[in-house]
Design a protein around this ligand. Structure first.
Ligand SMILES: [Mg+2]
Length: 254
């Protein structure tokens, strides 16, 4: 069995299911040579590190945060170092003063900044529910246009709405990381929500959680090559990696 690059979302994906299943997969991954682990999350860097500490996660080699707006590498001493090339690329695509103008102009409907979050090179909002989110999105797009903020609006999980630098998402960050660090392939990309669609696009083997996005929300070309797990969280990922022939079977299977 050769190496591969496992890229996984956190909430609803790596953090879903039983901790023992995750720890079982972490042990298998750590025991094998040539496997690179990356977390790709909508969380901020601070929030991602809090999750790693809180759930006692095996730390990844690379960390994509802020839905792709930031990329970090773990050095040989375990410290996190931000990739400055990617930071410059995201910053150059982001008009911070126009973004401040969007916040100052007032938000439509129930849209509010996500509490206790200091997002990097993006705006992170949440609405009170899916209907409220759908109702608020056109108004926010118009506010961005009026304030001169060229950005991509990305809804996820039915309540979140991220405003990202144009062309910046989990997929573009992954493609940059893959090339810049010459990481092994195949790329297995795991996620559960709309903000993982770009990650799926950039992956050789896109892997959707069993209770993630419904098929109708997956674009047709991607729908034909996406795999859906047969168990929640890392248990489902482990089973899929075995089915792909990348790992031996899951001993903790149900
Ligand atoms: Mg998720």
């Amino acid at each position: 069995m050769g190496g591969f690059h496992l890229v996984t979302d956190l909430d609803g994906t790596w953090l879903a299911g039983s901790p023992s299943a995750r720890q079982g997969l972490e042990a298998v991954l750590a025991a094998r040579q040539g496997i690179v682990l990356t977390f790709a999350t909508g969380r901020t860097f601070t929030s991602a590190l809090e999750a790693i500490a809180h759930w006692d996660l095996h730390p990844p080699d690379h960390l994509i945060t802020d839905v792709g707006a930031a990329l970090f590498h773990r050095d040989s001493t375990g410290n996190w170092v931000e990739n400055q090339v990617w930071a410059r690329r995201a910053t150059s695509a982001w008009n911070a003063s126009a973004a401040a103008g969007v916040l100052a102009a007032g938000l439509p409907g129930t849209l509010r900044p996500q509490p206790d979050l200091v997002p990097l090179r993006r705006l992170a909002f949440q609405a009170s529910g899916p209907a409220e989110l759908a109702a608020a999105e056109p108004g926010l797009a118009e506010t961005c246009r009026l304030q001169g903020l060229v950005a991509d609006l990305l809804p996820s999980h039915g309540i979140y709405l991220d405003v990202l630098p144009h062309g910046i998402h989990k997929g573009s960050a992954l493609a940059y990381l893959q090339a810049a660090c010459r990481l092994p392939r195949p790329i297995v990309g795991c996620g559960d929500s709309t903000n993982d669609l770009a990650l799926f696009e950039a992956a050789d083997l896109p892997l959707l959680m069993q209770d993630g996005l419904p098929d109708r929300e997956i674009p047709a070309p991607l729908r034909d090559r996406i795999h859906r797990t047969k168990a929640p969280g890392p248990e489902g990922i482990h089973l899929a990696l075995a089915a792909f022939g990348l790992l031996e079977g899951a001993s903790h299977g149900r």
